[in-house]
Ligand binder design. Sequence first.
Ligand SMILES: Cc1cc2nc3c(=O)[nH]c(=O)nc-3n(C[C@H](O)[C@H](O)[C@H](O)COP(=O)(O)OP(=O)(O)OC[C@H]3O[C@@H](n4cnc5c(N)ncnc54)[C@H](O)[C@@H]3O)c2cc1C
Length: 474
Amino acid sequence: MFDVIIAGCGPTGAMLAAELRLHNVRVLVLEQETEPVSFVRIVGLHIRSIELMAMRGLLERIAERARRRPAGGFFAAINKPVPEGLDSAHAYLLGIPQPVIVHLLEEHAIELGAQVRRGCAVAGFEQDDQGVTIELADGEKLRSRYLVGCDGARSSVRKLLGVGFPGEPSRTETLMGEMKVVAPPEEIAAKVAQISQTHRPFWLRPFGEGVYSVVVPAAGVTDRSEPPTLEDFKQQLHSIAGTDFGVHSPRWLSRFGDATRLAEHYRVQRVLLAGDAAHIHPPLGGQGLNLGVQDAFNLGWKLAAQIHGWAPETLLDTYQTERRPVAEDVLDNTRAQMQLSSPEPGPQAVRRLLTELMDFNEVNRLLIEKITAINIRYDFGAGPDLLGRRLRDIDVKHGHLYDLLHRGRGLLLDRTERLSVGGWSDRVDYLADPTAALDFPCVLLRPDGHVAWIGNDQQDLDDHLARWFGNPTN
Ligand SMILES: Cc1cc2nc3c(=O)[nH]c(=O)nc-3n(C[C@H](O)[C@H](O)[C@H](O)COP(=O)(O)OP(=O)(O)OC[C@H]3O[C@@H](n4cnc5c(N)ncnc54)[C@H](O)[C@@H]3O)c2cc1C
């Protein structure tokens, strides 16, 4: 009997497993693939995800394998500088191959004690009042108290659960792959600069040793189950650029669509959904992996609290009430970015207008804050603007705030040195620091770094500790 079984060891499943292990939850991750994917897609970790990695002590090992890039110019690929005033100690982008980030997160989860079984596909399940019985594709049955579907866009868990996935089907398809080219780099760069004015997405980016990452719109795809071929790439490059640049020797080839869908529910009793299993959208702005990892971060401590019996009654349901609107917002901004990427005259005119407007720092910053997820404010009721937002990594005595959050517990940061976490000290850490770089006397942080309370009154604090962390133990 496990506490939680997670279907899928992608970035979302691996992050969730690690978060649950911080709270000693017995976790099993089931991954249908026998080997990690070799598919080298470079993804961008955005500011909020970088902050999460810092909050769990993972940033150094991730940064070693990543390339640091400016945190700007990625809204609809409109080329603008990094906006001024991004409120983060980690205001940059980390480009990293997806298999590398997945490997690092899985390694972290295993170090913390999670079990991962490969070659095991979840094929069915039944839930009752006590738990979930999960059936694998080979007929083996496993039992856990909760099941979380982190099994990607075609999630079996979501389908078996009967949760609707409304939205728009894919209308345009894009080819993406890595291959060698014969044409000289200058010729490629000149053509790409010219063609990407009118055709998006379109790029050939050098990867070193004559290998290029190639992205080109696909011709009408009749059978989506058929993988693309090198010939498809050649034909499309020819028809758009007038040459196929001599592409040959592909490392891998893939195709993706622009379907946009959101699960109607994130939880049905003991079964939950996270990551691409709950939401899909076009990859513009590079937000999908970030969104999934952030779902896991939101869910982990709440599910652990539920399992250990100290969760306030509605805590687990706040996973959906907080995270589904965030996904809705991401879906909307990718819809907008898709429109802005259309070669039609109307959207092109809007793009030119927005390009001008983004010269105003406020506009540029708003859009980048959206994509990097540092603008999120959960509704925790009336209070100062900081309430419900994440707190940036501020300086505290002897170091940085995020260094105090590695264990995934709550934290009371007290500049008055008068308050206490009392009977919640087994769940919430305490730091008295009159010099902390904070505009408020005291803040209570949840394990995900969001500000759950601001004030200086012990009774009010106790009420809020009970709201988020349940009854005191003594
Ligand atoms: C071209 C492209 C570029 C992208 N660029 C970015 C980017 O720059 N930044 C970004 O944030 N996102 C990006 N994304 C999106 C990102 O790749 C996904 O959002 C992310 O992989 C979702 O993670 P996940 O763990 O939720 O799902 P997945 O990565 O799909 O992982 C799901 C896992 O579940 C396993 N599985 C499936 N079914 C079962 C089952 N029945 N039982 C057990 N295991 C199962 C799968 O094998 C897989 O390992 C991009 C996507 C594309 C297509």
